[in-house]
Structures are given as C-alpha cells and as structure tokens.
Design a protein around this ligand. Structure first.
Ligand SMILES: [Zn+2]
Length: 129
C-alpha cells in the first residue's frame, strides 16, 4: 500500500505508515465499504458509468475538432466539416454535464464514506499531527 500522505510504500499488512504514521485502517475500511455497502456500491457504479459517458463524449469532441481542422486546413471533404460542426457542441455539452455529475457523485461518495467510517479508527494510536 502506498501512503497517500507521504508516498512511502508499506506492506499491506501494516496498519500505520512507517514514515509519517498515517492510519491505513481508515482507507481499508473505506475500500471495504465501497465493495460491500449497497448504497456506496451503486453510487460507485454510477460514478463509473458517468466516467464512461464523459470519456466517450470527450473522444467525440476531440474527433469533431480533428474533422473540423481537416476540413478547414486541408479542405478534403465538406462532409468532415458538417459532421464536425454538427456533433462538436452536443458532445462538448455532454462532456461538461457528465463531468459535473461525476464530480457531484464523487463528493456524495466521500460524504457517505466519512459518515460511515467508524470514529474509533481515530484512536489514541494515531499520532497527533
Ligand atoms: Zn506516510
């Protein structure tokens, strides 16, 4: 496991980072919740789906830019420009909308994780920072 705080690689079995004392148990609990808690699993799946839509829309946006560029620069075929201009804006809008949706789902997941992580993982063994 790589420490998210200092970047040191530590054995998975260890509960604390050897360098900075970061508590890995919280991450392990959260990873476990993401795989087992039905609400979090469905949120996580939603996050992944939004990510896929966003990726496709991003690729289409770039492809449209490429077609428009080909049309303007090389004047190969007017169809390139037509297709590019037709799909560029819708693809860009879908990309932006799903980026925002994905971000809000991510925030929701983080809030849920904080709510569901037991307080006792912050026990007296954690170093005061
Ligand atoms: Zn560390």
């Amino acid at each position: 496991m790589v420490c998210p705080k200092c970047g040191l690689e530590t054995e998975d079995a260890k509960n604390f980072c050897e360098q900075c004392g970061f508590d890995f148990r919280e991450i392990k609990t959260q990873e476990n919740l993401l795989e087992t808690d039905p609400v979090l699993v469905s949120m996580n799946n939603q996050y992944i789906r939004y990510g896929i839509v966003r990726l496709i829309a991003g690729v289409v946006t770039l492809a449209c830019l490429f077609l428009i560029y080909q049309w303007l620069e090389n004047n190969i075929w007017d169809g390139f420009g037509d297709i590019g201009l037709l799909f560029f804006l819708p693809a860009l809008i879908v990309f932006i909308v799903f980026s925002v949706l994905r971000g809000s789902v991510k925030k929701k997941i983080q809030r849920e994780l904080i709510n569901r992580t037991p307080k006792n993982t912050h026990d007296h063994n954690s170093p005061k920072l």
